[in-house]
Design a binder for this molecule. Sequence first.
Ligand code: G
Ligand code: G
Ligand code: MN
Ligand code: NA
Length: 250
Amino acid sequence: QQLEADLLAALNRNEIEILFQPQFASDDGRIVGAEALARWQHPELGRIGADTLFSIAERADHVGQLSRHIARAALRAAASWPEPLRLSLNVTPVDLSLGNFAESIAELVEQAGFSPSRLTLEITEKALVAELDRSAGRLQKLVDVGVRVALDDFGAGFCNFRYLKLLPLHYLKLDRSMVEGITEDARDLAVLRGIVAMAHALDLAVIAEGVENETVRDVIQREGCDSWQGFLGATPLTDGEFRALFAASG
Ligand code: G
Ligand code: G
Ligand code: MN
Ligand code: NA
């Protein structure tokens, strides 16, 4: 298809736009970092979201190139953010299965002049559970580079808890389907409460995503989630907008 052929040219023409969605600390509401979210601003078709973008890349066998392009651009932006701010990058199963992925991350971080300790890689459970033994080794290599690892979209998939103790993880990122109901359904709240307790007992920090209103944010806070992300705080922003928001938040 034409789109697949267009993709490499799009990388060179800078049509891949990277937005940054802020993440907030639960205790005092300060901005602690941002997740990079990519989209394709196609000259004729307009905005193509990340899911479609990555399926096009997969068909064209260019996932590795696309991911490196996004990582390079996001790290370049984040390298000029104030010190405490962290960057989160999404990682696909294809990225993770590349033999040299950890080395490639180490190299990109070094080239950008960004500290690996300020980088989090978000990996969905789907990418990990298929080959649990291999995944543990692959994640350990990343941890050895100095980055942190988040289990993304937790609650949207299998939710087999055993792998939580088998994998070297730092964060559990709760899918918005686990978050949105907590103010209306006592059973949703019970599930959240149990998962937060389990995560903390395993030394995982909890990030709640999809926080869209203050009532949910208050419950997230009260239940001990460490940080949150969602339209209540900010939509995905350009680098300039993100830095302005951080500066204004004092
Ligand atoms: O922002 P958007 O609605 O397009 O995101 C849709 C999905 O695509 C989300 O699950 C998000 O994690 C994923 N995504 C967004 N940006 C990236 C990226 O740069 N790399 C990868 N691998 N996934 C991304
Ligand atoms: O899978 P991942 O967590 O990376 O997906 C991030 C996606 O979720 C992005 O497309 C982002 O725009 C979207 N998103 C972020 N915050 C909210 C929110 O508060 N509500 C909803 N519905 N979507 C959100
Ligand atoms: Mn994510
Ligand atoms: Na998610």
